[in-house]
Design a protein around this ligand. Structure first.
Ligand code: ZN
Ligand code: ZN
Ligand code: ZN
Length: 380
């Protein structure tokens, strides 16, 4: 039952958000928003699948006839224990599904005063087709309504993030098996990708193995660079679990003794990551968490070397609200989940990052990644 926990409440919440924002209907195509609202995990295809949720009136799921069995088998189906009350409306191969949606919205699209929210990641092809079919409706983004719901994770979502965190911890725990002198980043990356699946994900989202000078680029992926003795290596990896929730964890390793200047700033980085974790709690802003990490790094003289925001929200997507960045005055609330991942990057030399996913509790945070954060020295 826990898989469906709160699903019906999400549709009700979306409806309340629409009403408050003066939006008449919500259209959601396959992606994280659709999975969040209905539990239906569909791939975005050229054939239209679309949740049609009027502010008033029953939700419908318009699906290609070919996908109808999959839709019925999902939590959106009438016989699912989730009992979402969604009517599934199949369209045949030669029908026009966009016209079908316009017809469902009927009265809504007929007047000039209507506003229709579209999911933020809808394909432009579909956005423009809806615009042409409902020329009098104003199109707005659904993000401002849905982000308030998606940011505050429920118990089942937190449990799903916890098991994703434990799964990626198990991959980091095995790093010494693969990260060895004489191997290329790409070879190491392939082994890590296999382990991401083996340890409890259904999809590999990204594998960063940034050795030596490559570590100075926060979004380096893998290259054919051969790992040498004395190299420091930033390993940032993540995947998606069966339940749809993502993992994302960075640890920095060293093969043998680290260079002296590296050890000096790694200690600063570790302190910065701790400071941000200590600061994060309900009632403080997202930007103050960024500042808590940044102040430590700046005070030690490495301010310019911390090139990116401190973190990003995580859930059904690896990067989602809330972003932990200067300018984001979002106040943290229990259930919000995000990364705390300060880094220090010295171009031409090396770099380091420490990243944990955390979830806000009633009086602080819970870390969902528990691997040691001290510099991990691997034998050579
Ligand atoms: Zn990133
Ligand atoms: Zn990461
Ligand atoms: Zn991250």
């Amino acid at each position: 039952m826990s898989d469906y926990e709160g699903l019906g409440e999400r549709i009700a919440g979306a409806r309340r958000g629409l009403a408050q924002a003066g939006i008449d209907a919500l259209l959601v195509t396959p992606g994280a928003d659709l999975r969040y609202l209905t539990g239906y995990h569909a791939l975005p295809l050229e054939r239209l699948t679309c949740l049609v949720l009027p502010a008033k009136g029953g939700p419908r799921l318009v699906v290609p006839a070919l996908e109808e069995p999959a839709a019925h088998a999902s939590p959106a189906g009438a016989s699912s224990p989730a009992r979402l009350g969604i009517q599934i409306v199949p369209w045949q191969e030669t029908e026009d599904p966009v016209a079908l949606v316009a017809k469902i919205l009927g009265g809504v699209s007929g007047t000039t005063a209507t506003t229709i929210a579209l999911d933020d990641h809808m394909w432009a092809e579909k956005v423009l087709a809806f615009r042409a079919a409902m020329p009098n409706a104003q199109q707005v983004l659904a993000g401002p309504v849905l982000r308030h719901l998606r940011m505050r994770k429920g118990t089942a979502e937190i449990q799903a993030l916890r098991s994703a965190g434990a799964a990626i911890d198990r991959v980091h725990a095995r790093m010494a098996q693969w990260l060895q002198v004489g191997r290329t980043e790409r070879e190491v990356g392939r082994d890590i990708a296999d382990a991401i699946i083996a340890e409890g994900h259904t999809q590999v989202d990204f594998v960063i193995v940034a050795s030596g000078p490559n570590g100075a680029s926060p979004h380096a992926e893998v290259s054919d660079r051969v790992i040498e003795a004395g190299d420091t290596v930033v390993v940032d990896i993540g995947g998606t679990t069966e339940a749809g929730y993502c993992s994302d964890e960075t640890r920095t390793y060293c093969l043998g003794n680290a260079p002296a200047d590296f050890s000096e700033y790694y200690a600063v980085l570790l302190q910065a990551q701790q400071a941000a974790c200590k600061h994060a709690r309900p009632g403080v802003t997202a930007e103050s968490v960024d500042a808590a990490a940044r102040d430590v790094i700046a005070a030690a003289g490495y301010g310019e070397a911390f090139l990116h925001r401190t973190g990003h929200g995580i859930g059904l997507e690896t990067h989602e609200d809330p972003y932990i960045v200067a300018g984001n005055s979002t106040v943290l609330e229990p259930g919000m989940a995000f990364s705390i991942e300060p880094g220090i990057y010295l171009p031409g030399k090396h770099g380091a990052r420490i990243e944990d996913i955390v979830v806000v509790t009633d009086d602080g945070i819970e870390r969902l990644n528990l691997r040691p954060r001290e510099l991990a020295v691997l034998p050579i």
